[in-house]
Design a protein around this ligand. Structure first.
Ligand code: PGA
Length: 241
């Protein structure tokens, strides 16, 4: 049985105060949310501690957006698994296209971060996806196959979530057709040794399209950027029908 994981990726949004304000609006929408859905907030590092304190005993899990591969060291600006664990973090996004595009993340560093997350008992969410150009040149399959091959070297597939995030669909309002996302996700699943890895779709997921996305047989959840910032929008997504 594959787990359903709905994750908010807050990116570089929300101070501690704003994060707690979000919880106030969000929590009371969860009374009827089915138990089999894992709900996750991937917040900026500075908000993790406050969220963790306020979510103690709740069903909402906390995720980070990056992790370094060493436990400690002279790596200015980085954060380690030890530090994240201390804050009650359970998941971490690795290899988001914004990190690959703006911060020089490569398949090699993605692989190191994935392994480090697992060594610290965190569940990594590996993001893969093609650019608009790659898609129009028919390279979607090749690009994703190559990312998976390089990123997953020696990674434990029993403690992993994958997010298919076509880059052209992120933050653009231009969602990938649900059927097409389902097709690519099935292709991703065929490359895995563990068929039970939850695979999410990400890219302009909204209250208006979540039901159709989640109705697809291969899609096990969503990684949600913009629409996870607003409590009622994210609640509607978590409570997909
Ligand atoms: P979006 O972002 O939902 O705002 O498109 C998704 C993501 O970057 O994970």
């Amino acid at each position: 049985m594959r787990k359903i994981v709905i994750a908010g990726n807050w990116k570089m949004y929300k101070t501690q105060a704003e994060s707690l304000e979000f919880l106030q609006g969000f929590m009371n929408h969860l009374n009827e949310t089915p138990d089999d859905r894992e709900i996750l907030l991937c917040a900026p590092f500075t908000a993790l501690g406050a969220l963790s304190k306020n979510l103690h005993g709740s069903r909402i899990k906390i995720g980070a957006q990056n992790i370094h591969w060493e436990s400690a060291g002279a790596y200015t600006g980085e954060i380690s698994g030890v530090m994240l664990k201390e804050l009650g973090v359970r998941y971490v996004i690795v290899g988001h296209s914004e990190r690959r595009q703006y911060f020089g993340e490569t398949d090699e560093t993605v692989n190191l971060r994935l392994k480090a997350a697992q060594q610290h008992g965190l569940t990594p969410i590996l993001c893969v996806g093609e650019t608009g150009d790659q898609r129009s040149q028919g390279e979607t399959e090749t690009v994703i196959t190559q990312q998976l091959k390089r990123d997953l070297v020696e990674v434990d597939q029993d403690n992993l979530v994958i997010a298919y995030e076509p880059i052209w669909a992120i933050g653009t309002g231009d969602t990938c057709e649900a059927i097409e996302a389902n097709r690519v996700i099935s292709l991703i699943r065929n490359q895995l040794t563990n068929p039970n890895v939850p695979i999410q779709y990400g890219g302009s997921v909204k209250p208006g399209n979540i039901d159709e996305i989640m109705a697809q047989p291969e899609i096990d959840g969503a990684l949600v950027g913009g629409a996870s910032l607003e409590p009622s929008d994210f609640a509607r997504i978590v409570n997909f029908q």
